[in-house]
Design a protein around this ligand. Structure first.
Ligand code: FPP
Length: 251
């Protein structure tokens, strides 16, 4: 059993229900969507939050068991105070308004990223929904807030260094599995597919460690226009690719 056994074999999936795909999404283009209509950027984010609801609802029937969404990066603090506060409010409202539905629909919700800089109310809501949905497994929804891949890897290294300094771990035992287990995503399988909307072809510090063997798909569609139908089309297209994980083509 090699690396392939750890993840989920998208090449054999045909995007059928009952699979256990991990799809990660860089939800980009909210600002441009709103600006093109002469509206404030926050209107685009609000529309983007509606898309999040639709995609979360549709995901299990598309064979997605793990859905990871990039909602706010460590670099997004550079935006205007109004936009940052608006986004944080959207995250809080999403949790408050969707909690009952997520619980009822078997969604386990988790967050990755550094929480220290987030406001107390949002942090309490995040902790609350994580605890409330901890027993669910139909869909694992992970939302990245104040997340950066480099920041996550640095924090994981710090945790391991502290464990070594305390004598809880032998430095010689620090291997890939140990680092993997010290990341915010501990317990989640590696993503099979990373999708980025809005026509940008960049990784932007998202799941740098975890996506080492992921497939990537870049679509010009702006996130507020991204539909479950387009997601299904992308999954079918990617399902025809062969993933080799550094090995050779199947005979
Ligand atoms: C990037 O588009 C998007 C964001 C920084 C925010 C993503 C947030 C949401 C989709 C809304 C709510 C999310 C949840 C989980 C409830 P951009 O603003 O950088 O777009 P631009 O590149 O066109 O300016």
């Amino acid at each position: 059993m090699g690396a392939r056994a750890r993840g989920y074999d998208l090449a054999d999936s045909s995007a059928e229900p009952g699979l256990a795909l991990h799809v990660a999404v860089i939800m980009d283009g909210n600002g441009r969507w709103a600006t093109a209509r002469g509206w404030p950027r926050l209107v685009g984010h609000r529309r983007g939050a509606e898309r999040v609801k639709e995609i979360v609802r549709a995901a299990p029937d598309l064979g997605i068991r793990y859905l990871t969404l990039y909602a706010f990066s460590t670099e997004n603090w550079k935006r205007s105070t109004e936009e940052v506060i608006g986004l944080m409010g959207l995250f809080s409202r999403y949790i408050e308004r969707e909690a009952d539905r997520l619980s009822a629909e078997g969604v386990r919700m988790r967050f990755i990223g550094e929480r220290g800089r987030l406001d107390g109310k949002l942090r309490r809501l995040m902790d609350g929904i994580e605890a409330r949905t901890a027993g669910n497994a139909r869909l694992h929804l992970t939302v990245a807030i104040n997340y950066g891949g480099r920041n996550e890897i640095a924090r994981a290294a710090r945790r391991l260094a502290q464990a070594a300094a305390d004598g809880r771990i032998d430095p010689a035992a620090i291997d890939e599995a140990a680092l993997d287990g010290a990341l915010d995503t501990c317990g989640l399988p590696a993503p099979d597919l990373v999708i980025r909307t809005s026509g940008e072809s960049r990784v932007s510090n998202f799941l740098l460690w975890q996506a080492a063997y992921a497939e990537y798909e870049f679509t010009p569609t702006l996130w507020p226009d991204f539909t479950p139908d387009e997601l299904a089309t992308i999954l079918s297209r990617v399902a025809t690719r062969e993933r080799r994980f550094g090995g050779v083509a199947a005979q």
